[in-house]
Ligand binder design. Structure first.
Ligand SMILES: [Mn+2]
Length: 406
């Protein structure tokens, strides 16, 4: 069967700085590079006819040439196998960013401005590749009508970095707009999760990112391998390129009497994750869930111990992003938990009283009705009466309520 075979990836965010994790430095830079190596490996193994990169290859201005050199080394591996690469720039690596330098000779980078078309013979077929690069981070003025008509008697591939949000800043459009162009395949980028739309003979794929960098980029990540035979609908499959997987591990702490019980339960959950999952390593957020507020008061002290204990556990296959306590009642929602966790290190600060005074207004606002529930409506006033650390712990949901003493 003769056809066009290619790999489509997006949002590599190559060499993106490592996110905050509890203990040891997680090798995310190496993981983002490993993901690109996996993509190139697949291109070579599958003997593809081209590689499409749909924007956000880089995360930000380059501080040195190391990521660019690494990228070109990988592209050279494809050049040695006569595999061309077609690349557009997204909002993170737009043309106005400090990301310059020569590209390997097989890499075609589309220019900013109106979409351009590259006509090539690939796999014995005529292929028209349409694309453009972001000139700056905001491309709200994008019009889908700027894309050229489908070229007759050719396979038409569209490269586009878009949030698929009408009216938004990132090349606003809808799947219906894309289907209406009459192309065979749309290679999208921007959303860091996998998305697929199909209609008649057209396939729209947003492959998601090849390696997640934070808890909101969880699950296995990868790229997309496509097989196109003229006259037939495109076929494809997602393949994993991530070596570290972000995972939320929820542990029901309800009714567990001792910290050892909790430790054993967490360990069992991590073992299950590692044994049953598809990734070499896991960066975990341990979420200890209970409806009993006193759990937090008792266990706040062991949070850091747990973070240290489990970071690097199971032969180094587990990283701990953080240990979090969550209340299963209307009192604390996730947003509150996030801000509480961000504020927690302040309990070690020496000028806590002053910090709390400065923070009292925004803190009260973020507490909202929860402040009333825990009897902490006026933080400034409470500061005059109580130990500042107690006030903060109380605001974070970990401390005792006023009047309880002790
Ligand atoms: Mn983007």
């Amino acid at each position: 069967m003769t056809g066009l075979r290619f790999v489509h990836c997006a949002d590599l965010h190559l060499d993106s700085p490592p996110p905050g994790v509890a203990g040891q430095v997680v090798p995310f830079r190496d993981a983002s590079r490993q993901a690109l190596i996996s993509i190139v490996d697949t291109c070579l193994e599958q003997e593809v006819h081209c590689l499409l990169i749909a924007g956000d290859l880089y995360d930000r201005d380059l501080q040195d040439s190391a990521p660019l050199v690494f990228f070109n080394q990988q592209m050279q591996r494809l050049a040695d196998a006569d595999i061309p690469v077609f690349l557009i720039k997204g909002n993170h690596d737009a043309a106005n960013r400090a990301i310059g330098g020569l590209l390997a000779p097989n890499v075609h980078a589309f220019l900013p401005g109106a979409p351009q078309t590259e006509l090539r013979q690939l796999g014995g077929l005529s292929v028209a590749i349409h694309g453009w690069s972001y000139a700056q981070g905001n491309e709200a003025g994008f019009q889908i009508s700027d894309y050229p008509r489908a070229v007759a008697d050719a396979i038409n591939l569209g490269l586009l970095h878009t949030a698929l949000e009408p009216g938004g800043p990132y090349a606003p459009c809808t799947p219906a707009d894309l289907f209406a162009k009459g192309y065979d395949y749309w290679a999208l980028g921007h959303a860091h999760v996998f998305k697929e739309f199909r209609q008649d003979g057209c396939l729209i794929i947003n492959p998601g990112m090849p390696q997640g960098r934070k808890i909101t980029e969880g699950g296995t990540k990868g790229a997309y391998l496509v097989e196109m035979v003229p006259g037939q609908a495109p076929q494809g499959r997602f393949f994993q390129t991530s070596s570290i997987e972000w995972a939320r591990v929820e542990v029901d702490a309800q009714g567990l009497v001792t910290d050892s019980d909790l430790e054993r339960l967490i360990r069992r959950r991590l073992e299950a994750l590692v044994n049953e999952g598809n990734s070499q390593r896991f960066a975990c957020r341990l979420q200890l869930v209970s409806v009993e507020p006193e759990i937090y008061a008792q266990r706040y002290a062991v949070k850091e111990q747990f973070e240290r204990l489990f970071d690097g556990a199971l032969d180094g296959r587990v990283f701990v992003e953080s240990v979090r306590f969550e209340m299963r009642s209307g009192a604390a929602d996730t947003a509150f938990e996030e801000s509480a966790s961000a504020l927690a290190p302040l309990t070690k600060g020496e000028d806590l009283n002053q910090i709390l005074k400065d923070l009292s207004e925004p803190l009260a606002k973020s507490l909202g009705t929860y402040g009333t529930e825990i009897g902490l409506t006026d933080i400034s006033a409470s500061l005059g009466e109580q130990d500042p650390e107690q006030v903060l712990l109380q605001a974070l949901g970990y401390g005792r309520q006023p009047g309880q003493g002790g």
